[in-house]
Write a protein of this length. Structure first.
Length: 77
């Protein structure tokens, strides 16, 4: 819980430093991209700080293609 709060405070600090300059120069698209990337980074950082294990995309790929590989192996054997 403390780690999550620290990450959120760090994200708020980064936004407080960067956003005013972007908004002053009327760079609204840049500000939107900055906020979306900051939000994505904060979500991933909080997810990493939590005690649960992160899913591995490679496991999903193996689960999806393993039946096809077995069928192809049977056909070619």
């Amino acid at each position: 819980m403390l780690g999550t709060l620290a990450i959120l405070f760090a994200g708020a600090g980064i936004a407080a430093l960067e956003l005013p300059a972007l908004l002053r120069r009327h760079k609204f698209k840049d500000a939107a991209i900055f906020l979306s990337l900051l939000a994505l980074g904060l979500i991933l950082a909080i997810w990493t700080a939590l005690p649960q294990e992160l899913p591995n995309p490679l496991d999903w790929i193996i689960w999806m293609f393993e039946p096809w590989g077995e069928q192809l192996h049977r056909i070619l054997s």
